[in-house]
Write a protein that binds this ligand. Structure first.
Ligand SMILES: O=C[C@H](O)[C@H](O)[C@H](O)COP(=O)(O)O
Length: 230
């Protein structure tokens, strides 16, 4: 089974949790896109859902495939969000934001009664941090914010490069017009404390640590999908 087939396996297993009539948060990334494709087939077959996309990219795919969409303001309380992740640890703590959608993803997931993560087994880690931690920041005061993040990291005993994400000739911009700092910490022994402290830095809009948000992860490997959590 190749990487794409594993993503499809995870997405298929997640689809079983989607019920007719649900208000559904729809994640971003290559795994979430496999989910959107399967969801579109169900919708074409008469299944009714109302989706809230977590990015412009996901919104475009949903429109293209005929998945009905609403804004989060129209549907501020959701039944379920299904989304991918860059890392998942045994406590279902996540790193997200590899595609830059972390802010909307976190807003949508926390507006949902439940978040289910779909991922292939390469995303499962004992300790978060091998994947660069995305930190969404306001472009005003970028240098000051980066210094503040660097000092905070040092207080947490974390070292590693913190760089502004690039795209083409310029910086990457999120759907909200912000910048992303990618922090190469390697290992984050106390992700809960780091998450809390990052949110206290004024220039930080949001970070990619999702703590206590997901209740189930569907992890696909060569032998099929297994579940972490309930
Ligand atoms: O910003 C992007 C998201 O957090 C994605 O869900 C995450 O990067 C995983 O993406 P993929 O399924 O492509 O590995």
């Amino acid at each position: 089974m190749d990487a794409r087939q594993m993503k499809i396996k995870a997405a298929e297993a997640a689809l079983e949790y989607v019920e007719d009539g649900m208000r559904l948060g729809i994640g971003t990334g290559s795994t979430a896109e496999e989910f959107v494709r399967l969801l579109a087939e169900k919708v074409a077959g008469g299944f009714r859902i109302q989706g809230v996309p977590t990015s412009e990219r996901t919104a475009r795919l949903c429109v293209e495939l005929g998945v009905p969409l609403k804004s989060l303001d129209e549907l501020p309380e959701l039944d379920l969000t299904i989304d991918g992740a860059d890392e998942v640890d045994p406590q279902l703590r996540l790193i997200k934001g590899g595609g830059g959608a972390l802010l909307r993803e976190k807003i949508v997931a926390t507006a949902s009664s439940r978040m289910i993560v779909i991922a292939d087994e390469t995303k499962v880690v004992d300790m978060l941090g091998a994947f660069k931690l995305p930190i969404e920041v306001n472009s005003f005061g970028l240098v000051a914010t980066r210094i503040a993040v660097d000092k905070l990291a040092a207080r947490h005993g974390l070292t590693g490069d913190i760089s502004v994400r690039a795209s083409g000739d310029g910086p990457f911009r999120t759907d909200g017009g912000h910048l992303i700092l990618d922090a190469s910490f390697g290992r984050i022994p106390d992700a809960d404390a780091l998450a809390r402290d990052l949110n206290a830095i004024a220039g930080v809009v949001e970070h990619g640590l999702f703590i206590g948000i997901a209740s189930l992860a569907i992890i696909a490997g060569p032998d099929g999908a297994r579940k972490l959590g309930a």
